[in-house]
Design a binder for this molecule. Structure first.
Ligand code: HEM
Length: 298
């Protein structure tokens, strides 16, 4: 009895930690966005120290250094959550996923550091955001596994559409970072841009979004037609809802010259898309859960 209870507690702790990991990583995308959008990217002009002489911005404290330094400090919160997740997962089959989540933090710290040392080179900043999106996907995979989801081996048309949605979502995410690299929000008023046309790449980004929305509608319709499990249909609808909201924000921000608040919501939306599309893929690949299987006809 005692053993069973402690196993249950460990599972609960792991669920809480996995959710905390997902939320903390999403939060970091938004706070990282605040750094860029308030031109605070070089608020701490060097790395890993904030200024040449000090780990903190004490000597050269201003709004930008405070914002950039606070974002760096959030890394410690994320580290605490990742360590707690690893401890909770240690004696389970999910240990390696928790290890990868933890390793993502120093990897991101290094990419963030290179961003600062290259004076916010837009291609490096883009990798920084894309890596965060991948870590969010990893946190979703952990949650999926912790809730009992298996690796999944469904090869049906809905599963293929799940893959198509996943691949196009990543093209959309990456194209978005290229638009940002061409646009006005560099992270610091002196930073270089990537030299590409905002107009052309925003068009490409939006075209890919149309393809993405079409694929998700296809996934939902096919799920109904092929009587896919209710959970797959629900996941498809949620993804479609997030996409439409995100697409609307994208259009409005484009036509209103990318106001800071809307861009922050757009970054939050991008993080939610990464989470939702990963969940959809895992869900549709899992096929029909045992408790929804029809009994074979006698
Ligand atoms: C599913 C829908 C969408 C997703 C997942 C998405 C994702 C992204 C991402 C990841 C970024 C980069 C953020 C950054 O680097 O900080 C971005 C930027 C951008 N997106 Fe989207 N986007 C979507 C829809 C749209 C649409 C429909 C438009 C309309 C043209 C749009 C316009 C823009 C613009 C103008 C930027 C640059 C913002 C800036 O300069 O800071 N997006 N998007």
């Amino acid at each position: 009895m005692g053993v069973t209870l402690s196993r249950l507690d460990r599972r609960r702790a792991l669920i809480v930690c996995a959710w905390a990991s997902l939320c903390a990583n999403i939060l970091l995308v938004v706070t990282g966005g605040a750094v860029r959008l308030t031109d605070s990217g070089l608020g701490c002009p060097t790395w890993p120290r904030c200024t040449n002489g000090d780990l903190t911005p004490r000597a050269e404290l201003n709004v930008h250094s405070a914002i950039e330094f606070s974002n760096r400090m959030l890394t410690f919160v994320l580290t605490a959550v990742a360590i707690a997740t690893l401890l909770a997962a240690w004696r389970t089959a999910h240990r390696w996923l928790a290890v990868w989540l933890l390793l993502g933090i120093p990897a991101q710290a290094v990419v963030g550091g290179i961003s600062v040392l290259t004076k916010l080179n837009p291609w490096v900043v883009s990798i920084h955001l894309v890596a965060s999106m991948a870590i969010i996907g990893l946190a979703v995979l952990l949650l999926w596994r912790v809730y009992g989801g298996g690796p999944g081996a469904d090869r049906g048309p809905v599963a293929w559409l799940g893959w198509a949605n996943f691949v196009v979502a990543w093209l959309v995410l990456y194209a978005g970072t290229v638009v940002t690299g061409a646009g006005p929000h560099a992270g610091d008023s002196t930073s270089q841009r990537n030299g590409l046309s905002v107009l052309q790449f925003a068009q490409l980004h939006a075209d890919l979004v149309c393809l993405f929305i079409g694929l998700t509608i296809g996934l939902v319709v096919l799920s109904y037609a092929l009587k896919a499990p209710a959970a797959s249909v629900r996941a498809g609808w949620i993804l479609l809802g997030v996409e439409l909201a995100q697409g609307a924000i994208g259009w409005v921000q484009y036509f209103t010259h990318v106001p800071i608040v809307l861009v922050m919501f757009h970054m939050l939306g991008a993080a939610l898309i990464s989470a939702a599309v990963t969940w959809v893929l895992l869900r549709v690949r899992a096929g029909v859960p045992d408790d929804e299987r029809q009994p074979a006809a006698a």
